[in-house]
Each structure stands twice: as structure tokens, then as C-alpha cells.
Design a protein around this ligand. Structure first.
Ligand SMILES: NC(=O)c1ccc[n+]([C@@H]2O[C@H](COP(=O)([O-])OP(=O)(O)OC[C@H]3O[C@@H](n4cnc5c(N)ncnc54)[C@H](OP(=O)(O)O)[C@@H]3O)[C@@H](O)[C@H]2O)c1
Length: 431
């Protein structure tokens, strides 16, 4: 009996698209043996020309994705071009033409997931999106399938490899943010425009998808408070070390009695914590559930091979159903449910790290301490960095647990003082 072939068209033939094609070609026999289906790349698309030696054997290369969609030799479409404009059009058109899709695009799903999953359901077609969160870590499948019998309480972790690389370079070599960023760009770990990664939007989009999946409700990505690592300085890493801690950009969604607490921001984490042990471009996702306790999923969160491997895992799942003539939309309740996730209006108290940079003058500490005392906040420690120029003195205060609105009120007042050189850097401290 001949093995059923499923023909794949890849739109966006860059890092992830090419790696996906490469895995399909190099692992063709392995995939066929394991899945009973032979995946074949029949078309690739990007606007600039594709060299013949880069095109998978037997595939055609086109510049317009509309041509690829019309191609009767394409059964399943992979979207690896990114963005939210043409990629949205591509997914809509593909589903409307009855072709299932696989995408690595978290930005698209965080912004347009509701519409796309509804459209997919109405056509009884799946959207594979494992690659959209944490690259090669199969975390979405774990939430959808492996923990389906448990009630999840929290999903949090390090979701952006670029920011983590920069922070761990600052930590291991004592360099400033700007130097670590330009090294990350030179090493290919950061884009020419790095703002999506360092300002937290990339982690925010991934967290939005994770939270929807874990807590089964809709969540507007714009409602996730997001702060990146742009303002973290070498002095903060140094102060963190003195506190036996380090700094990590953490996306966190936690179900509390008052609703969902969700944010992306840099945290001060204990050196002994598992978060601190995640280094370089790696990602880690922690799931906390009533029955499973705490589980950690760790690995390469980006890069062509790891992400392409997640794309291929979705392709195999879809191809099996396609070959069996049993196409169906997955019930992704986080996108299909009409329930909105309720955000907490009473955030849990936490300890905080405040770094102040001031023009040195007499009485500063007393004025800052007075503001903090007025909010009934207890100071845990106060330390001034020695040997700094008088016009740019930094000191660090850590405070005992208070809720965020309370510490923010104090920070807003402090930021209004004329001796402040730049706004306070406020970091949440890990429990
Ligand atoms: N790189 C990673 O590690 C990683 C990890 C997880 C998820 N992702 C996601 O995967 C997607 C792709 O990322 P990437 O790193 O592979 O990007 P990339 O290297 O920049 O590749 C994008 C490809 O899409 C093509 N393209 C862009 N617009 C197009 C259009 N309108 N029509 C046809 N082709 C178009 C580009 O070529 P032309 O400009 O010549 O058209 C290029 O070949 C993004 O959504 C990203 O967020 C990436």
C-alpha cells in the first residue's frame, strides 16, 4: 500500500520557514515511519527570490502567497512570515479555501486569535500554533492535553530568549545594557530593531496565549501590564548580586481569589531559584496546578531548528487527520469561549526593589524614607553604591510586602522630587 502524502506550502522562507523545510526533507523517512504519513514540501514563498539550491527538491518557489494558496498541490499552509497584516489575510484566505494552517506567529494570534479560531471552527479546520510560544518547548500541547485533568493556578516563566541573553551577559560580565544589546545583535540573537524583545511585547504576546490556554477565557493582550528591561543597569545586577539575587524578565499569569494577576516585567529572583538558573537564550515555563504541583519546562525558546521542529509537530498532527479524512478544529477554549478572564483589582502584596538615581544633596534619604513611611511601607534594606559621581548617585531600597498600587503611589511621589535624575527602577521581588 502506498503511503498517503500530505503536501505542504510554506509562506515566509526565512529562519523558521527554511528550518521547517529542512526538517521535513531530512527527517522525511523518520516522520513517515512514525506517523504513517509522508510530508512533502511542494511550494515555498517569499517576496525576494529563492535560489534553486535552497528550494526543496520538487517544490516551486513563488513571490506571492496568493499563488501558493491557489496551488492544488498544497494541502496544508505554514505561515512563517510574521507580522499581522498580510499574515492575517493569508490565514483568513487559507481557512476560507479549506486549507488547514500552521503558524509560528504569536503576535498575530495574540491580536487576532479570536477571529481566526472562530473562522477555523466554522470551517472545521485546525490551526497549529505550538511554535508561537517558547520555540521548541511543547508547552501548548502540555496545557491543552497533558494537564487537561487538572486545575491550573499559575503559568509563568522566561518567555523571551533575547532579553534573557542580555540579562545573563550583563550578569556574567558586568557589562552595561547597551553593550550587551549590541553584542546580542552582532551574535544574531537580537533584531536590528530590538524593541519587541527588550520592551516586553514579545513575551506579552506569548503570555497572552499561555494564559488563554491555561485559564480558558479571552484576554485582551492590551490589558497585560508590560515593562521590559531597557532601564536595567549594570548597577542593578550588582545590587541584585549583593542581595543574593539576579534579574530576569518574567511573564506571569496567576489565578487568585480576586481574579487573574497578569504582567510582564523584570523580577529580582533569588540566585537559588530555578528562574535564575535559566541562562542565555533559553526559555523556561512553569505550570502550577492543584494536582500536578509545580512543573518546569525548559529549553531553546527560539531559533530556526527548535521552532521549525514545533511547526513540524503540528504538521504531523494535522497530516494524520488529513490523511484519514478526519479534519477537525481543535476546541481551543481560550479563544473560542465567550468568557472573558477577569483581571484582579486587588493584587497580592509583594516585596519590591527600588533603585533611585539622584543628584547628591543633603536630606535625600530622609525625604524618600518619609514618603515610604507615609504609605505604611516597611523598608527592609537601604544601600548606597559607593564611589559614584555626585551628580549621579544611586541607592537601592528593598521593602517588605505591599500591593503594587501602594508602592506605585510612593514611587510616583518620589519621581516628582527635583533631585531625581531618572525615574525609579521598580522591580518585583520573587516570593
Ligand atoms: N526566529 C525565531 O527564532 C522564531 C521563534 C518563534 C517564532 N518565530 C516567529 O516565526 C515567524 C517568522 O520568523 P523568522 O525569524 O523566520 O523571520 P524571518 O527570518 O524574517 O523570515 C520571514 C520570511 O518571510 C518572508 N516574508 C515576509 N513578508 C512576506 C510577504 N508579505 N509575502 C511573502 N513572504 C514574506 C521574508 O522574505 P521576504 O522579505 O523576501 O519576503 C522571509 O523569508 C514570526 O512570526 C516570528 O515571530 C520566530
Amino acid at each position: 500500500m502506498t503511503m498517503k502524502q500530505v503536501r505542504v506550502g510554506i509562506v515566509g522562507f526565512g529562519t523558521v520557514g527554511r528550518a521547517t523545510a529542512d526538517i521535513i526533507v531530512k527527517h522525511a523517512d523518520l516522520i513517515a515511519h512514525r506517523s504513517g504519513v509522508r510530508l512533502v514540501v511542494t511550494a515555498v514563498c517569499r517576496r525576494s527570490s529563492v535560489q534553486p539550491q535552497d528550494t526543496p527538491a520538487g517544490a516551486c518557489a513563488v513571490a506571492d502567497w496568493r499563488r501558493l494558496l491557489k496551488d492544488p498541490n498544497v494541502d496544508v499552509v505554514v505561515e512563517t512570515m510574521g507580522g499581522t497584516g498580510e499574515s492575517l489575510e493569508l490565514l483568513r484566505s487559507s481557512l476560507e479555501q479549506g486549507k488547514p494552517v500552521v503558524t509560528a506567529n504569536k503576535n498575530l494570534l495574540a491580536e487576532h486569535g479570536d477571529e481566526l479560531f472562530r473562522l477555523a471552527a466554522s470551517h472545521n479546520l485546525p490551526i497549529g500554533f505550538e511554535a508561537s510560544v517558547a520555540g521548541g518547548i511543547p508547552i501548548l500541547r502540555v496545557i491543552h492535553e497533558s494537564t487537561a485533568g487538572d486545575r491550573l493556578r499559575s503559568v509563568h516563566g522566561i518567555l523571551n530568549g533575547t532579553a534573557n541573553y542580555i540579562l545573563t551577559q550583563m550578569e556574567s560580565r558586568g557589562i552595561e545594557f547597551a553593550e550587551a544589546l549590541s553584542e546580542a545583535q552582532a551574535a544574531g540573537f537580537a533584531e536590528a530593531d530590538p524593541s519587541f524583545d527588550i520592551d516586553g511585547q514579545d513575551a506579552r504576546d506569548k503570555l497572552c496565549i499561555l494564559a488563554r490556554m491555561a485559564f480558558e477565557g479571552r484576554l485582551d493582550v492590551a490589558h497585560i501590564p508590560t515593562c521590559g528591561i531597557r532601564h536595567v543597569r549594570a548597577i542593578d545586577i550588582h545590587s541584585a548580586t549583593r542581595l543574593d539575587s539576579t534579574i530576569r524578565l518574567v511573564g506571569s499569569a496567576e489565578q487568585t481569589d480576586a481574579g487573574l494577576e497578569v504582567s510582564v516585567r523584570p523580577w529580582l529572583v533569588s540566585r537559588r531559584s530555578m528562574l535564575a538558573k535559566v541562562e542565555g537564550v533559553n526559555n523556561a515555563v512553569f505550570l502550577v496546578g492543584d494536582k500536578i504541583g509545580t512543573q518546569m519546562f525548559y529549553g531553546r525558546g527560539a531559533g530556526g531548528d527548535a521552532t521549525g521542529s514545533a511547526v513540524v509537530s503540528d504538521l504531523i498532527e494535522i497530516a494524520r487527520d488529513f490523511a484519514a479524512g478526519q479534519m477537525n478544529a481543535k476546541n481551543i477554549s481560550g479563544f473560542l469561549s465567550s468568557r472573558e478572564l477577569v483581571l484582579s483589582d486587588r493584587p497580592k502584596p509583594a516585596s519590591w526593589y527600588l533603585r533611585l538615581t539622584v543628584k547628591d544633596q543633603r536630606g535625600i534619604v530622609a525625604r524618600v524614607a518619609e514618603v515610604i513611611a507615609r504609605e505604611a511601607i516597611n523598608i527592609d534594606s537601604l544601600e548606597q553604591e559607593p564611589h559614584l559621581p555626585k551628580d549621579r548617585v544611586s541607592f537601592v531600597i528593598t521593602v517588605e510586602p505591599v500591593s503594587e498600587p501602594v508602592i506605585r503611589r510612593a514611587v510616583d511621589t518620589i519621581n516628582g522630587f527635583d533631585f531625581m535624575v531618572e525615574p525609579v527602577l521598580l522591580l518585583r521581588m520573587e516570593e
